[in-house]
Design a binder for this molecule. Structure first.
Ligand code: F6P
Length: 324
C-alpha cells in the first residue's frame, strides 16, 4: 500500500479529529502517503482530496467536529455514484482507505470494497455507541460528560422551582447515552428503547418519589424511547394525570455532538488510527478497529454493522436503587 485515503462520514462526533491526526501520522511514520477526503463519500465522488502530512494535523487533537467535514451521501448509494468515486480514487492513486463513521458509513465501505476490491478499514465514530465490536465508539465518552454537565445545570433550576424535567437525549434507537447519564446525573427515571417502562408505571414512580419527600425530579428520555411519546407528549400526559409537579421539558439536541473530546476519546482515537493503518499495511481489509477489554481488536465490518451493541440492563436496576 502506497497511498491511504482518510475521511469522516455520517454524524460527526468528538474525537474524529484526533482519529484523523492519528491516521495521518501513522501513515507518515510508515512512509505511506496520506490523502484527506473532504465531506465523506460526497467528496470522494467529486475528488475533493488534499494531501496530508504530519504537520497538516497539528493543533486538532483537542478540537470537536471534523476538519475533513462530514456528510451523508445519497449518490454513493447508487452504483453510478460508487463508480465515479472509484475513478476519482484511481486518478489520485489512493489504494486503500480508512473510514471514520457509523454503521451507514461502514455499509457503504463494505459494498464499495466488494465491488472494487479496494482495502478498507473502519474506525467507529458516533456518540450513540451503537456499534458491535467495541465497548466504546469515538465521541461517546465526551457526549456522556457533555450531557451530564448540561443535566447538572438543569437540576439547579429544577430544584429552585420544585419542578419535574423531562430531558431528551440523543442516541438514535439505542439507550446507551440515556442510561449512563441518567445514573451519572441522578435521574429519577430513565426511559430507553430497550425497555418499555409504560406510562402508568412512570406516573406511579413519580408519585412515589414525591411522597418520599422529593421536591424536584429529572427524567431522562432517550430519543428512541419505546413508550413512543415525545417528551412534549410525556409532559402533557403527566400534567393531565398528576398535579404534584410543575413540569418542564428540555431537548438537548446537537450540543451533545460538539465540544472538545475527553482524554479518553483522544487516547482511543490515537490507538484506533494506529491500529487501522497498521492493519491495512499487514494486508487486512474489511474490518473495524474496536476496543475490547482495553485491547485493540478487529471485527469484520459486516458483523460490526449487523451485530447489536448490547446495553447493560443491570444499570437500570442500579438506577432504580439509586432513585429510592
Ligand atoms: O448518530 C448520531 C446522531 O447524533 C443521533 O444521536 C441522532 O439521532 C442523529 O445523529 C441526528 O442526526 P442529524 O445530525 O442528521 O440531525
Amino acid at each position: 500500500i502506497k497511498k491511504i485515503g482518510v475521511f469522516t462520514s455520517g454524524g460527526d462526533s468528538p474525537g474524529m479529529n484526533a482519529a484523523i491526526r492519528s491516521v495521518v501520522r501513522s501513515c507518515a511514520f510508515h512512509d505511506i502517503e496520506c490523502v484527506g477526503i473532504y465531506r465523506g463519500y460526497e467528496g470522494m465522488i467529486e475528488g475533493d482530496f488534499k494531501s496530508m502530512n504530519a504537520r497538516s494535523v497539528k493543533g486538532i487533537i483537542n478540537k470537536g467536529g471534523t476538519v475533513l467535514k462530514s456528510a451523508r451521501s445519497k449518490e454513493f448509494r447508487t452504483a453510478e455514484g460508487r463508480k465515479k468515486a472509484y475513478d476519482k480514487l484511481v486518478e489520485a492513486g489512493i489504494d486503500a482507505f480508512v473510514v471514520i463513521g457509523g454503521d451507514g458509513s461502514f455499509t457503504g465501505a463494505m459494498i464499495f470494497s466488494q465491488e472494487y476490491g479496494i482495502p478498507v478499514m473502519g474506525i467507529p465514530g458516533t456518540i450513540d455507541n451503537d456499534i458491535f465490536g467495541t465497548s466504546h465508539t469515538l465521541g461517546y465518552d465526551t457526549a456522556l460528560n457533555t450531557v451530564v454537565e448540561a443535566i447538572d445545570k438543569i437540576r439547579d433550576t429544577a430544584s429552585s422551582h420544585n419542578r419535574l424535567f423531562f430531558i431528551e437525549v440523543m442516541g438514535r434507537d439505542v439507550g446507551h447515552i440515556a442510561l449512563n447519564v441518567g445514573i451519572g446525573a441522578g435521574a429519577e427515571e430513565i426511559l430507553i428503547p430497550e425497555e418499555d417502562l409504560g406510562l402508568d408505571r412512570l406516573v406511579e414512580s413519580l408519585r412515589r418519589s414525591k411522597q418520599s419527600g422529593k421536591s424536584s425530579s429529572i427524567v431522562v428520555v432517550a430519543e428512541g424511547d419505546k413508550i413512543g411519546k415525545s417528551v412534549f407528549e410525556l409532559k402533557d400526559y403527566v400534567d393531565a394525570n398528576m398535579s404534584e409537579y410543575e413540569v418542564r421539558v428540555s431537548v438537548l439536541g446537537h450540543m451533545q455532538r460538539g465540544g472538545s473530546p475527553s482524554c479518553f476519546d483522544r487516547v482511543l482515537a490515537s490507538r484506533m488510527g494506529v491500529k487501522a493503518v497498521e492493519s491495512l499495511i499487514t494486508g487486512k481489509s474489511n474490518y473495524m478497529v474496536g476496543l475490547k477489554n482495553d485491547v485493540m481488536a478487529l471485527t469484520p465490518l459486516d458483523q460490526a454493522v449487523k451485530g447489536k451493541s448490547k446495553i447493560n440492563l443491570e444499570l437500570l436496576r442500579v438506577s432504580d436503587i439509586m432513585s429510592i
